[in-house]
Design a protein around this ligand. Sequence first.
Ligand SMILES: Nc1nc2c(ncn2[C@@H]2O[C@H](COP(=O)(O)OP(=O)(O)O)[C@@H](O)[C@H]2O)c(=O)[nH]1
Ligand SMILES: [Mg+2]
Length: 321
Amino acid sequence: MTRSPSPARLVAVLGHEGSGKTTLVRALGGPSTASGVVLLEGRAALPLADGVVFVLSSAQGMDPTLPLRWEEAADAGLPRVLCVTQLDLPRADFDESVAVLQRVLGEGVHPLALPVLDDDEQVTGVLRLLDLQLLVDGTVRDAEPEHVGLVEGLHDDLLEALLSGSSDDAVFDAWLGGEVPATDVLRRELAEGVAGGTLHPVLPVTASGVGGDALLDLLLASVPAAGEVLAAPVHDVGGAVVELSPDPDGPLAARVSGGLVRVLSGTLHDGAAVSVDGVVSALALRDLDGTPLSTCPPGRVARADALPDGLLSSPDRPLTD
Ligand SMILES: Nc1nc2c(ncn2[C@@H]2O[C@H](COP(=O)(O)OP(=O)(O)O)[C@@H](O)[C@H]2O)c(=O)[nH]1
Ligand SMILES: [Mg+2]
């Protein structure tokens, strides 16, 4: 039996071995989450991705390669957010992890939510710093006044970061004048800052998924569906630029990386002959969970394990970068 393919907002999950990437993807219901965000672990997903989540284990601390990957993703123009995991382990400390990330990655790194602990030091919810709402067990309510007092400084820092970068001068001036903008204005500024690569929120997520909704909401709001990867120019055999658009009936073009395939234009059909940078083979198309897939339209991602990395096209109409 075949199913419809996975949806089209693709986020690469990067981080140190053992930092909790697989656990995070599972806790969020991935790889294809119900919210329409596809989470793929590892660097192979990067050339296909619309955004990146960097995972830092609060217990293990900083991975020395993280700044390199961070720059790679920045060069690719991808929105970057950060997730702090393994908060239940003995040496874990969310605030310390945030401080390390701010020190190493610099500008634009701000906590967006804080872990809320119960009497046994277990993370049972998160406090959203944007609107000072508490999310516990799927319910949302105002944070207690004594909590608000403790986090007011972080809330103000976040709003200042959001609004000082705003293209909307009226909003920033009002903020300077002591007015707190409406939450939907703040959400819009947040989404624009993350999408534009100037803001990098940090969120706590546990192995059981506490904090996961806040992360998925952020990704949904700030990572463009099927972005840059679809826009890169390709050429025909004569060297002429071929303009592609995400048209299911357009000329077939797809990117292949690490056994993953993402369609730029046209539609992939299971069993069809395809050419990857001149090497022709028969396509064995599967969904991310391994189930056979009959077709895959533009923007979607699927598995095609046997294919080499490169630009996929039809053997009848070969394309190159
Ligand atoms: N106690 C605890 N263990 C975790 C947590 N997240 C992951 N782990 C464990 O840490 C190990 C590495 O996690 P994994 O998700 O495979 O990391 P990956 O290598 O980044 O994919 C596994 O044994 C997980 O069960 C967490 O939040 N708390
Ligand atoms: Mg893993």
